[in-house]
Write a protein that binds this ligand. Structure first.
Ligand code: PMP
Length: 425
């Protein structure tokens, strides 16, 4: 069993802020000292570029950097490190995916995404469809975007999704775990059903909220492209991954050009390196990648079974305590089935706006998130202007949950009015 009191000491943030109750892992995780030390070690002892220098320090940096690529590949069950593209985060990965796929679209194709996506996995596709409708894609126009609704329990309506797949479905972009509902989508099953309808559809998975909480197995999913961020899995900010099946990456043309990705810049046509290097122009976030490697080692040291057991306990306790204390005044989004939930809970509470709640809790050192959580469409569909969100990491304790509950009780006493501020869910 995870000893949460000792694990907390791996996170210097809690030494600096001993009374902090941090319940916003869904936005970003505090970094363990192992990650900070790895980044620092690179800056202090290596501080050279990758893939360029021929002297020992630069070669050592390249070796360490490429070792993380292999580590990431193993971590997510990729076939080869050549399937791992380093980016600056999930948003960059999904935008890169859209840019890489844009030239492959053909007249009559359509794109499908869902109404529960984070803006990072909706806006790139909305923009792609918009550009095509304005005739701004060189080779084709009018690529419609179709949006799939979500179910009451907060997962993608798979039947509706499958019903829309036909021979012209070029791209399906969906998330593995909703950052608002907290519900996990059955990705393996969904992809299998998509493939049965159209084996050529390219499926992109936003795994930002899965990474660090559940194992990711791209082979089991059979996804074509998968995006996630380092900072939501105890790694540094500014580093992320775009996994792509090698056979697919080999067919795509780079969209960003510059140093480090070219074999012969004077040739006509220019000769680029093979993937993934042709997709990584310029100097990467080297310390970030090194830190990401340390985050993976940290996670593997704890083990996903332990992480899941811990988060599930906190989840069960929080749901119970919220319901016990606030009864029919609290409206919790998503499913009651803990097995289908990741470690986050979004809710509204009668008589207090989520922003007020978050602000008052913040004044008492309890950090939760409030707002649309970059999922405007989802909130619009529910008729909500905002929700409050609590999200867990391995450093959270039962004591944190008790502090949250008494914090919410106190906050409510300040807003003791009889008029609900939200429409019903
Ligand atoms: N997708 C989901 C589901 C997310 O929760 C987030 C971050 N909140 C992102 C994408 C974007 O991640 P990043 O800001 O690290 O690019």
């Amino acid at each position: 069993m995870l000893n949460t009191h000792t694990i907390k000491h791996h996170f210097p943030l809690f030494d600096r802020h001993p009374s902090l109750v941090y319940l916003d892992a869904g936005a970003t995780c505090p970094k363990p000292q192992e990650v900070i030390a790895a980044e620092r070690e690179y800056e202090e002892a290596f501080s050279t570029n990758v893939g360029r220098g021929l002297y020992p320090l630069a070669e050592a940096t390249t070796e360490r950097f490429e070792a993380v690529r292999s580590q990431v590949a193993r971590f997510i069950g990729a076939e080869s490190e050549r399937e791992i593209i380093f980016t600056s985060g999930t948003t960059a990965s999904l935008n890169l995916a859209a840019a890489l796929l844009a030239p492959t679209l053909r007249s009559g194709d359509h794109i499908i995404t869902t109404e529960l996506e984070h803006h990072s996995n909706s806006l790139p596709w909305i923009e792609l469809a918009r550009h095509s409708s304005k005739g701004e894609l060189a080779h084709t126009k009018n690529i419609p975007l179709r949006l799939i609704p979500f179910t009451e329990e907060g997962s993608i309506d798979t039947d509706q999704l499958i019903a829309l797949i036909d021979s012209k479905t070029r791209i399906v972009a969906l998330s593995a775990l909703s950052n608002v509902f907290g519900t996990r989508n059955p990705i393996t099953d969904i992809i299998k059903r998509i493939r049965n309808r159209n084996p050529e559809t390219i499926v992109i998975v936003d795994a930002a909220q899965m990474a660090g909480h559940f194992p990711i197995d791209v082979a089991q999913w059979d996804a074509d492209l998968v995006a996630f961020s380092g900072h939501k899995m105890y790694g540094p900010t500014g580093v992320g991954i775009l996994f792509g099946k090698q056979a697919l990456l080999e067919t795509l043309r780079p969209t960003t050009f510059g140093g480090g990705m070219v074999v012969d810049a004077c040739a006509e046509p220019t000769e680029y390196k093979e993937s993934p290097f042709c997709f990584e122009a310029g100097t990467p976030n080297i310390s970030g990648v090194i830190g990401l490697g340390a985050a993976i080692t940290f996670l593997e040291h704890i083990g996903f079974e332990t992480i899941r057991t811990h988060e599930k306990n906190l989840l069960t306790m929080t749901l119970t305590r919220l319901r016990e204390n606030f009864g029919d005044q609290i409206h919790i989004l998503g499913t009651d089935d803990i097995e289908k939930r990741g470690g986050l809970i979004s809710f509204t509470l009668d008589h207090i706006h989520p922003h007020d709640l978050a602000q008052i809790l913040g004044e008492h050192d309890i950090s939760i998130r409030a707002g649309e959580h970059c999922a405007a469409l989802l909130h619009r569909k529910l008729g909500l202007s905002a929700t409050a969100r609590v999200s867990f990491g391995i450093y959270n304790t039962e004591e944190d949950v008790e502090k949250l509950i008494s914090g919410i009780k106190n906050a409510r006493t300040l807003f003791d009015t009889k008029t609900p501020l939200h429409s019903s869910i």
